[in-house]
Design a protein around this ligand. Structure first.
Ligand SMILES: Cc1cc2nc3c(=O)[nH]c(=O)nc-3n(C[C@H](O)[C@H](O)[C@H](O)COP(=O)(O)O)c2cc1C
Length: 477
């Protein structure tokens, strides 16, 4: 009799979404009783968190970052500072060794911008982290969207959007040469008898000369387990999607509805195929809110509490809204408020001009209440997560925190056992792996990824060439 094999269920890639600040993404909640967010500047916050996550069955912690102040709303940084909105904000890369030292399996995603600092020093930092964590790191590639960030790095204004992606493309080209091409796997011989640590014939200059960077190499760090850390990216724009098609292994995307999400994911899969990759070479994670209680009532109470304490000022400053809608009566139209504030509608393309100010504010406050929010009992939220995996095609989530450490503890205690029972999370105690192995079954990038063209020192004198961006909105710098 033929044995019919049960199709394997897709497992959830489970990350906690974090940032080394008081108010990352759920504003106004840090003063709630028991919330530990004010300890973000203590090493013990991060080691305690890492242990909760590893013991609780999380795959990883994903660290966001910005390198400037939110100073567009109300024309200065005051609102953001008062709210603790991503300021003060510590360097995420420096937290990883502390968390790695107290864990074995937890993975780490860290955000770093390609726009302002040259690539050589960053290549070194990531290689260092990949060694120290035994391949447990990923990099969230961002190009930075805050105008203040540009002014912190010697520029008068933001680099135009699509040009940032072109710079990023050359940035990654340099990194791939350093990470993949500069050293052979067997370069380090560690031969005590002949007193040779590295075989110099296995290490080479990269001699990159591009439009923006000149980097000689060789890489100053020997190959780590993954060489190139797992590449994450969040995007929705045509230029960003083209970039993701070439580079990203995990894309952060979202959507108010399942259809929106699937359309976005399909666009990125198609971009990957245009760049010689397979559709399944890109995985998708969404930022998700999960508020769980032992009963429906307990979950609803928690949700109500978080809604009551949510800070509208925090949300508006985070959105860099160039007009303070709170200064106008709720019943006038947005168009009228913009006229009175002398702000052109083109500055706020996402605001519905004919709606009232009140409706627009409610829309902005509720923008996180999308497809990827689940409130309820462990069974109800596990049902929702299974729908995200099976109906939408999501691979994982970055769990939004409302309360530290309650959000992570609740998920670990109530949801993880339910997901394990349903075969959606691995059983505890598996062997530690690299991040890429957890996601794709291999430690290294596949040969069809553009980074692989430099392996063994091949193609070093042929840069990958400018990424053809679909939007054509490239300005001069
Ligand atoms: C869930 C999520 C998390 C993000 N985290 C960061 C971050 O930590 N730092 C940052 O500079 N940008 C962050 N971004 C912004 C993205 O890097 C990017 O600027 C944004 O998605 C717009 O990209 P696009 O213009 O290509 O559509 C994040 C975006 C999303 C959707």
């Amino acid at each position: 009799m033929p044995v019919t094999q049960k199709p394997e269920k897709k497992q959830l890639f489970l990350n906690l979404f974090e940032m080394a600040c008081v108010s990352h993404i759920t504003h106004g909640l840090w003063p709630l009783p028991g919330n530990q967010r004010h300890r973000f500047d203590e090493l013990s916050y991060w080691t305690e968190l890492a242990q909760i996550l590893e013991d609780g069955g999380f795959d990883g912690v994903f660290l966001a970052d910005v390198i400037g102040a939110y100073d567009v709303f109300r024309g200065g940084p005051e609102t953001a500072l008062r709210e603790g909105l991503q300021s003060p904000n510590l360097d995420p890369l420096l937290l990883i060794p502390a968390m790695a030292a107290v864990t074995e399996r937890l993975h780490f995603g860290a955000t770093f911008s390609t726009t302002y600092e040259p690539p050589f020093a960053f290549a070194r930092r990531m290689s260092t982290l990949d060694h120290l964590t035994k391949g447990r790191v990923g990099w969230n590639v961002v190009t930075s969207y805050l105008p203040n960030a540009a002014r912190n790095f010697g520029l008068d204004a933001e680099v135009p959007h699509d040009l940032r992606y072109q710079y990023a493309d050359e940035y990654l080209d340099v990194l791939y040469k350093l990470w993949e091409g500069s050293w052979d796997d067997d370069a380090v011989v560690n031969d005590r008898e002949h007193k040779v640590f590295t075989d110099p014939s296995k290490v080479r200059y990269i001699d990159h000369v591009g439009e923006r960077y000149r980097v000689a190499g060789p890489h100053i760090v020997h190959p780590s387990l993954q060489r190139t850390p797992v590449i994450f990216q969040a995007t929705g724009s045509p230029a960003g999607i083209e970039f993701a098609g070439r580079h990203a292994e995990v894309v952060f995307t979202g959507g108010r509805t399942s259809e929106e999400f699937q359309k976005a994911a399909d666009g990125m899969r198609a971009a990957a195929v245009r760049h010689g990759r397979l559709r399944d070479d890109v995985k998708f994670i969404a930022m998700a809110g999960v508020i769980v209680g032992r009963t429906e009532e307990e979950a609803a109470d928690k949700y109500r509490l978080y809604q009551q304490h949510a800070s509208l000022d925090g949300i508006l400053a985070h959105s860099s809204l160039p007009v303070d809608l709170t200064a106008f009566p709720r019943d006038i139209t947005v168009a009228e408020a913009l006229r009175r504030a002398e702000v052109p509608p083109s500055a706020v393309p996402f605001l519905p001009l004919e709606r009232t100010v009140g409706q627009a504010l409610d829309f902005i406050s509720g923008s996180r209440e999308d497809r990827f929010l689940a409130v309820g009992t462990p069974k109800q939220v596990a049902d929702a997560i299974e729908r995200w995996l099976d109906e939408d095609g999501l691979d994982g989530i970055n769990l939004r925190q409302y309360h530290s450490f309650d959000t992570a503890r609740d998920f670990a205690e109530l949801v993880v056992p339910e997901l394990r029972k349903r075969g959606r999370l691995p059983e505890p105690g598996g062997a530690p792996t690299t991040l890429r192995k957890r996601l794709f079954g291999e430690d290294r990038l596949p040969d069809r990824h553009i980074a692989a063209r430099y392996r063994g020192g091949a193609n070093l004198d042929e840069p990958i060439g400018s990424l053809e961006l679909a939007a054509g909105n490239v300005g001069s710098f």
